[in-house]
Unconditional design. Structure first.
Length: 267
């Protein structure tokens, strides 16, 4: 299978490296289309396949095309791509908020897979939610899922509407984690730790807690109960969180992210 990645930015390069490092394909079968000459020169030094500057030189050679450009770039990009598109090609879009109907209409294609990755894909620890049009075959879907799994884990969703939900949870999720980590780091510094000490304390606490949760069947509520002792330090903190409705406000924040994802998709 020949794969063309359109857009050689951070996510495009992440996908290219992940595909190759997982030995799921060879560099000779991978192409990147990048309009910026400066960026193309950088990509050419990365040994991630052949870099092109024009769709006329590469699009017709591809079986799978990965759309890894900014959503706002589609208005200028799609008319340039359309003359070289083959209806049998599969298009994998990782553009936030760009719906399959829009891609179908603008490019005149039917085989579309829409995916929402997140930032940890850059280190092979990403979470990707994806869905597809009815025209994508089971074999094509399995092939793409294997590709997505090279960046972490992937989950198939039956409804495109759930992609907006995934955007609010896993897509934006890393920022929520960093937000909470930052608060803990600031609290640690207030309690007398240096910046580096605070970052180590908080970073390892998050990492250890996630690994522990993944390796056991207990729920998060059960883990909270295990750490909390009656009248102890953890309970004191949890009581403050509850008094300030932190739990409910986190849920409200994610709902706000979801509604914004829907708004962006409707524009």
């Amino acid at each position: 299978m020949n794969i063309l990645i359109i857009g050689g930015g951070n996510m495009g390069l992440t996908y290219a490296k992940s595909f190759l490092e997982a030995h799921i394909m060879q560099a000779k079968d991978l192409m990147i289309l990048e309009k910026s000459e400066e960026r193309a020169a950088v990509l050419a030094t990365q040994n991630v396949g052949t870099v092109y500057g024009s769709p006329a030189d590469c699009l017709e050679k591809a079986d799978l095309i990965v759309l890894a450009v900014k959503p706002q770039d589609t208005k200028a990009l799609f008319p340039v791509l359309k003359p070289y598109v083959d209806p049998q090609q599969v298009f994998l879009s990782i553009m936030a908020g760009v719906r399959m109907d829009y891609i179908r209409e603008e490019l005149g294609i039917t085989k579309i897979i829409r995916a929402m990755p997140n930032l940890p894909a850059q280190i092979g620890m990403g979470m990707t939610a994806f869905t597809s049009s009815d025209e994508v075959t089971r074999i094509e879907l399995v092939t793409v899922q294997n590709l997505l799994n090279t960046t972490g884990k992937a989950i198939y969703l039956d409804s495109e509407e759930l992609i907006d939900s995934a955007t609010a949870i896993s897509g934006s999720g890393p920022a929520y984690v960093y937000y909470y980590m930052n608060a803990m780091i600031e609290a640690a510094k207030d309690l007398g730790f240096s910046e580096s000490q605070a970052e180590l304390l908080v970073g390892q606490t998050f990492m250890g807690s996630v690994h522990l949760e993944n390796r056991n069947a207990l729920t998060c509520k059960e883990w909270i109960a295990k750490v909390s002792s009656k009248g102890g330090t953890t309970e004191a903190a949890i009581n403050v969180f509850n008094e300030n409705e932190v739990h409910d406000k986190i849920i409200k924040g994610m709902n706000a992210a979801y509604h914004r994802a829907v708004e962006l998709g409707n524009k």
